[in-house]
Ligand binder design. Structure first.
Ligand code: GAP
Length: 696
């Protein structure tokens, strides 16, 4: 009996990812990367010293391996299977694999490249071509550094980071695994100085007779958390390792204390062999820096974009003027983004180079809607079973925000992610960026997503839908000196007809909002009077029909979506034959829309030229319309299995009946469905329409 076993998602591992917190400028200090442990090069003079060398080199190599940045945590069986399938079948490879890989960078193989292309095209189609109110943009990755000044990324796009001073592991402060145990402490150590061969390679073994007069004391302390159940004395060995790595041969800890018990602490290295107390958190800017032109000076610094959104804001006016759009309308962009993540993790989930699909949807401020329509409409929670409501002219930002959350969920449903696989995280006011009014994250229940206390899996972020107010356009207006506002005839006409009290009320509300923004974003030296004058000018502009549009931003990660689709599609079937031998086969149950190949085309036998010729004709018939895979190697069963693993939803076999062995079946083929293995006969003349109807 085939045992349909879709491997249950295991949720033992790992870190919940919070939306990145922007760190305030004042908290930012200069960060210099600490050097990695290096293997010392020693001049040995004897066999003993040679052996000692070998030991030290081996020891250091082990240390290096322990902190190997490529090592994925081996704690999630399903993730391990997925990672291995991705490599075996050519979905995803480690970047630069032949050189040992580079942490946080991934390449998409033949199947992955098709899957990714399909996803991006479906998004582009749904967000731009299927709508009248969205235009597209394709901007450069490197832009004026002023853009990143204005957006706040230069000063505040940072993660808090902590280091382990002993094993040199680096963690994001909000991702440290809580640890429990007993604390071992010492005040310092005494030992023999290591002869250093450079400031960062102090490890040199000590051997021979000790010259006590050369003994040295260091008085910086050391602490480690020893897990319950392990002897607290093991702290002494960890301390010795620590001082040895830093500067002392044969170190003896001094002022030892076997301290208090502690639970769920995030102050210690989570490597069970280490457990050393971590450094205090410090901010680390995530933008990759480079230089434009041949001179590497501060004047030529540029950044690889950390999000695609800012180009959209910077080109807002150009797109508005050339696309004949009017607010409300959106600008969509798909493209690469780069973040020097402190701890890339969970396969492609958190990478250093990734792709985003972002829409900046520009809307009228609520005061404008109220002036034109009398009131601002809100939205009932849309019923998932009925159509998303059509946008209305009197919608305020809340209705638009809700609309886009619902639209995006429906997009995911349309490519095979059922609502039950998704979750939501509505950001609390404390989590929101200072300019944001609301943000709802759409989550996917990844195999590594954590369970909460009640055993439920919320999921990890796939996409964030933020209401960003008029912050971004206002910032670019202030930094570039170019107006980012729009003029609205309808507003000017409506304003003139409003009663005085209503005008005053709207004026005051708009003034307060602008003043609030201007105060929070004040440049050094800007006075209260200047801010009030600017807010007054802005509110007076409203009365003349001018305003800066607000923004709703659905921002999705392509790579996370690919990983979600792969995890969602992965299913195993274990079959046991008559002799009791069981075999597990993988089927990737991709939605036909995203599947890398839409159909496999097989001649029944490769040594029958008539069958091969007919099969190739079928391939040529389908090829202009969809990606198909022609395969004549091995048994039909093997060919089905290969396509199941690639996620191909349909297989088409050309056999002797196709050639007319049974006259009534002339020019028909067998079509086999991936998910249930059912087969039926179809006329070749109907094949294209059939496949198009299933895969579009
Ligand atoms: N413009 C808004 C913005 O960039 P974000 O939440 O930082 O917001 C949006 O990123 C989306 O980009 C995320 O929901 C995620 O899907 C994707 N993303 C962000 N950082 C990523 C990373 N390091 N690796 C892969 N995808 C990432």
């Amino acid at each position: 009996m085939p045992d349909e076993k879709c491997v249950s998602l295991t949720h033992q591992s790992v870190k919940f990812t919070h939306r990145r917190k922007i760190i305030h400028r004042n908290a930012v200090s200069k960060f210099s990367e600490s050097s990695k442990s290096r293997i010392p090069i020693l001049k040995s003079r004897s066999i003993l010293s040679f052996l000692l060398h070998a030991f030290v080199i081996d020891f250091c190599a082990r240390l290096t391996t322990l902190s190997d940045p490529m090592a994925e945590p081996k704690e999630n069986p399903l993730m391990e299977k997925i990672v291995s399938l991705c490599k075996r079948r050519g979905f995803i490879f480690q970047s630069s694999e032949i050189y040992g890989g580079i942490n946080g960078f991934w390449d998409y193989g033949p199947l992955g490249a098709e899957l990714k292309r399909n996803v991006k095209e479906l998004w582009w189609h749904a967000m731009t071509r299927q709508r009248d109110d969205v235009a597209g943009l394709e901007a450069t990755i490197i832009m004026s550094p002023q853009i990143w000044k204005a957006s706040g990324h230069v000063d505040t796009f940072a993660d808090l980071m902590v280091d382990c001073p002993s094993c040199k592991k680096r963690y994001r402060a909000d991702q440290i695994e809580p640890q429990s145990g007993r604390i071992y402490r010492c005040e310092g150590a005494e030992g023999f100085p290591v002869e250093t061969s450079g400031p960062t390679t102090p490890i040199k073994p000590f051997f021979g007779l000790a010259d006590e007069t050369k003994k040295k004391k260091v008085n910086y302390s050391y602490a480690a958390l020893i897990p319950f159940g392990k002897p607290i004395e093991s702290g002494r060995q960890r301390a010795k390792d620590f001082f040895f790595r830093r500067e002392l041969n044969s170190p003896n800890p001094i002022g030892e204390r076997f301290d208090e018990d502690i639970k769920d602490s995030i102050k210690f290295c989570s490597d069970p062999q280490c457990g050393t107390e971590l450094s205090t958190p410090r901010p680390f800017n995530l933008m990759f820096k480079t230089f434009v032109g041949p001179v590497e000076s501060d004047d030529n610094v540029a950044y690889l974009r950390p999000e695609t959104a800012q180009a959209i804001f910077a080109q807002f006016k150009n797109v508005l003027e050339t696309s004949r759009q009017r607010v409300p309308f959106g600008i969509a962009q798909v493209g690469k983004a780069f973040r020097n993540e402190v701890t890339p993790r969970n396969f492609t989930f958190r990478s250093r180079e990734f792709e985003q699909m972002e829409l900046e949807f520009f809307i009228k401020p609520d005061e404008v809607i109220e002036a034109i329509h009398g009131s601002v409409a809100t939205l009932e929670t849309p019923d998932p079973k009925s159509k998303t409501p059509d946008p209305q002219p009197n919608w305020g930002w809340q209705a638009w925000h809700q609309y886009w959350v619902e639209e995006r969920v429906r997009f995911y449903e349309g490519i095979g992610l059922d609502r039950s696989t998704l979750g939501f995280h509505v950001q609390t006011p404390a989590e929101l960026a200072h300019y944001a009014r609301a943000c709802t994250d759409i989550l996917f229940k990844f195999p590594f997503s954590k369970k909460d206390e009640s055993g439920n899996v919320a999921g990890d972020e796939l996409e964030g839908i933020a209401a960003r107010s008029d912050f971004d356009l206002s910032q670019h207006q202030r930094f570039s000196g170019k107006p980012m506002g729009v003029f609205d005839d309808e507003l000017r006409a409506a304003w003139a007809k409003l009663p005085k009290e209503k005008q005053d009320d709207l004026w005051k509300r708009y003034y307060d909002n602008r003043k609030n923004y201007l105060t929070k974003s004040a440049k050094p030296g800007e006075t209260v009077e200047q801010i009030s004058k600017q807010a007054t000018d802005d509110a007076n502009g409203l009365a003349k029909g001018q305003y800066i549009p607000h923004v709703i931003e659905p921002s999705a990660g392509v790579d996370r979506l690919i990983l979600a689709l792969i995890a969602n599609a992965y299913s195993e079937i274990t079959e046991t034959d008559d002799k009791g031998k069981s075999e597990t086969r993988v089927t990737m149950k991709f939605h036909p829309r995203v599947a890398p190949f839409k159909a496999g085309i097989f001649p029944l036998l490769k040594n029958k030229p008539e069958l091969v010729k007919k099969a190739q004709e079928v391939r040529e018939l389908l090829r202009p319309w969809m990606n198909v895979f022609y395969d004549e190697g091995g048994s039909i069963g093997k060919r089905y299995a290969r396509q199941d693993e690639a996620g191909t939803p349909f297989c088409v076999t050309i056999d002797f009946d196709t050639l007319g062995e049974k006259p009534e079946l002339l020019d028909t083929v067998t079509i086999r469905y991936r998910d249930d293995g059912k087969q039926e006969r179809l006329k070749i003349s109907e094949l294209l329409d059939f496949l198009l109807s299933k895969t579009r």
